[in-house]
Design a protein around this ligand. Structure first.
Ligand code: TRP
Length: 344
């Protein structure tokens, strides 16, 4: 019999907000193409997570084709144009695979109120909404992440550094469940890319690049006009100390240049130290010109594939239906085990 070693499983998810940024790209997406060579990968379009912050005005309604909204098809096309290969990996919509919400409820019985209320992201959101009520779902958000991940025998989870605390809680939940019922869940390792996991705002490199930043010059969107991206990079803040070696990675003293070096490194796959060498005696303006070129080239390529794919909705729907079947096939076994062990 052939003895083929099964690949480890990698799981990741992104909310289908439609407005993915260069920060999202450098944080995880730039690695998607390569990571599929090493692991069996599941890419989840986390639309249930997106419900936690959606507006109830009714403006979310958009046209639906066979259960697929335009927002979902947008994001699927973007995933594929960033290198997800549907012949190799599973790409699926979270709400289409019922096992996620079922395991979510079960796992919520294995996590404490105190643990969830200590989550930094929850506390931040709470502090921003002083006079408006806050949804329970924002509080429970990491438990749904735990369900997403633990359903798939996941060995590794690729996330940006902002999700690290959530992932540590997922590990805790898995350990807790296993310590009572035996080794039901694999406790996943957290994969955070060494460079690019926290891209900062272009005009204020001490805070994270965010899709909801009021200063539009701070953020680059993946589907933004290329000329506008170019201008934003040209205008990005560098640092005022112009010592002999200007282009060097030093987060404390040179947060602006360090951020641009991180972006450059993600775009080209070159190590930061190599880039420092390459631009040792360069002026900021030349460095920024080169950076703008590589960023614009990469994003142009992504956009070209995106707009082509986006026209073929039948293809996108096929990919997602195939993904859904595969995700269900994988996850149902784990859910069955859990139901059995809990006498449900
Ligand atoms: N919460 C993640 C984010 O906002 C998205 C996500 C949902 C996710 N489920 C996941 C990420 C499971 C990793 C694994 O970025």
């Amino acid at each position: 019999m052939l003895n083929i070693k099964k690949k480890d499983i990698m799981f990741t998810g992104i909310q289908p907000t439609g407005l993915l940024t260069l920060g999202n790209y450098c944080g995880t997406m730039c690695n998607w193409k390569d990571i599929q060579k090493k692991y069996e990968c599941f890419f989840c379009i986390a639309d249930l997570h997106a419900l936690t912050t959606f507006s109830r005005s009714g403006s979310n309604k958009n046209s639906i084709k066979n259960n697929f909204s335009t927002a979902i098809l947008d994001i699927a096309a973007l995933y594929l144009s960033c290198g997800v290969d549907p012949n190799r990996s599973t790409i699926f919509v979270q709400s289409h695979v019922y096992t996620h919400s079922q395991l979510y409820w079960i796992l919520s019985n294995f996590v404490y109120f105190g643990e969830l209320s200590r989550m930094t992201q929850f506390k931040q959101k709470l502090s921003l909404t002083v006079n408006t009520p806050i949804n329970l779902s924002l509080f429970c958000y990491p438990v749904l992440m735990a369900a997403d991940i633990l359903l798939y025998h996941t060995n590794y989870v690729l996330v940006g550094s902002d999700q690290k605390q959530h992932l540590e809680l997922v590990q805790k939940i898995a350990h807790r469940f296993n310590s009572i019922y035996g080794n039901i869940f694999i406790v996943p390792d957290i994969l955070i890319l060494p460079v690019g996991n926290k891209i900062m705002a272009l005009q204020d490199p001490t805070k994270k690049m965010s899709k909801s930043d009021k200063n539009t010059n701070n953020t680059i969107f993946l589907l933004e006009n290329i000329h506008s991206i170019y201008l934003k990079l040209q205008r990005s803040l560098t640092d005022s100390d112009c010592s002999s070696s200007c282009i060097r990675y030093d987060i404390l003293n040179k947060p602006g240049v360090s951020n641009l070096l991180s972006i450059f490194s993600c775009m080209t796959n070159k190590k930061i130290s190599i880039l420092e060498d390459e631009f040792k005696n360069c002026q900021y303006s030349i460095f920024k010109k080169k950076l703008s070129d590589v960023v614009c080239d990469t994003i142009s390529e992504i956009q070209a594939i995106y707009f082509k794919l986006r026209q073929d909705e039948d293809y996108l729907i096929d990919v997602l239906i195939h993904g859904e079947k595969n995700a269900l096939k994988y996850s149902i076994n784990k859910l069955d085990d859990v139901f059995q062990i809990l006498n449900l």
